[in-house]
Design a protein around this ligand. Structure first.
Ligand code: PYC
Length: 320
């Protein structure tokens, strides 16, 4: 049987990797929603082969390019990870724009990118930085009380920034790299509690990202976060959609004014710059960061390889 090959370009944005599939991925047709459904229903092996071990890792976010349906967009993209699919991905969008520029397909300027939750407007700056004007973001609920087993009561806001987040500030933890194992375990217990208590986003939406927040480690940084992603990997970047959700909460509390700059630090110290414009649905956030291309490679799917479709992630069951 012939070997199947998939060409990818790997980049990272603030330490968080994005693997853009540039050739060999499924050809999707129909409306954008149909494409997402087809990918989810018929191409699970593709997702797992690209993202899961042994070719990928839990932290990797994959990006499948597809021709846009929206005539104003330059490209369409569907993001996926070790357990499933993302609505939007901020660090991933910065990675996609950087990758397309690296291939010589995009010049500095404005480029609209279609995603499953709407079209975002990106700007590739001459410096190589990329800003992403995200989809409308909003806070759904404030100060929701959650009893975390083995810890006690915490409170958090439920907000949408392209994905659904539970943002918690009264966690009592130190957001530092040496505590990552503890932060993963604690955030995962919050996630399980939200599920067991049926605490959801709007219209029953699954809250699959947990964001712990604290003050920044330097005086000019507004806030630091630790974001646990759906498949139990933590975001090395400040999380573009998580920063958008944070901006929505700040705006709802009147703590940040339109156009005011917000510096959001990640658990490893990388920083996104954020700001927002008011919108009838909440806010339109813009986040800015920089990505670096790390590898251009061809994945080989050998039909004789028992792990050709990846090792299923142990987190798969809960996330589906
Ligand atoms: O940057 O939006 C983001 C993101 C979501 C999951 C990982 N990164």
């Amino acid at each position: 049987m012939p070997l199947n090959t998939i060409r990818v370009i790997d980049s990272h944005t603030g330490g968080e990797p994005t693997r853009v599939v540039i050739d060999g991925g499924p050809q999707l047709t129909g409306s954008f929603a149909d494409r997402v459904k087809t990918l989810q229903k018929n191409h699970e092996n593709f997702r797992a082969a690209v993202c899961n071990e042994p070719r990928g890792s839990d932290v990797l976010v994959g990006a499948l390019l597809t021709p846009p349906v929206d005539p104003t967009a330059t490209a369409g993209v569907i993001f996926f990870n070790n357990v499933g699919y993302l609505g939007m991905c901020g660090h991933g969008t910065i990675g996609v724009v950087t990758t397309l520029a690296w291939q010589g397909l995009l010049l500095p300027g404005i480029h609209r990118i279609e995603t499953p939750v709407g079209t975002v407007t990106t700007e590739l700056h001459a410096s190589g930085r990329v800003s992403v004007r995200n989809v409308p973001s909003f806070r759904h609920a404030k100060d929701v009380e959650v009893e975390v087993p083995g810890h006690g009561t915490v409170h958090g806001d439920i907000a949408f920034g392209g994905n659904w987040f539970f943002l918690c500030a009264d966690h009592g933890k130190t957001l530092a790299q040496e505590n990552i194992e503890e932060l993963v375990d604690f955030s995962w217990r919050i996630r399980l509690t939200l599920e067991s208590k049926n605490i959801t986003g709007r219209s029953g939406a699954h809250i699959d990202h947990i964001e712990l927040t604290s003050s920044g480690s330097l005086p000019h940084i507004n806030s630091k976060n630790f974001v646990l992603c759906p498949g139990k990997a933590y975001d090395r970047s400040p999380c573009g959609t998580g920063t958008s959700a944070k901006l929505a909460c700040l705006a709802a509390d009147g703590k940040l004014k339109p156009s005011e700059r917000w510096l959001q630090e990640s658990i490893i110290g990388s920083v996104f710059e954020g700001s927002f414009e008011p919108d009838e649905a909440g806010i339109i956030p813009t986040i800015e960061g920089i990505a670096y291309v790390m590898a251009e490679t061809t994945l080989v799917i050998d039909p004789n390889d028992p792990y050709r479709n990846g090792i299923p992630s142990v987190q798969q069951a809960i996330s589906n």
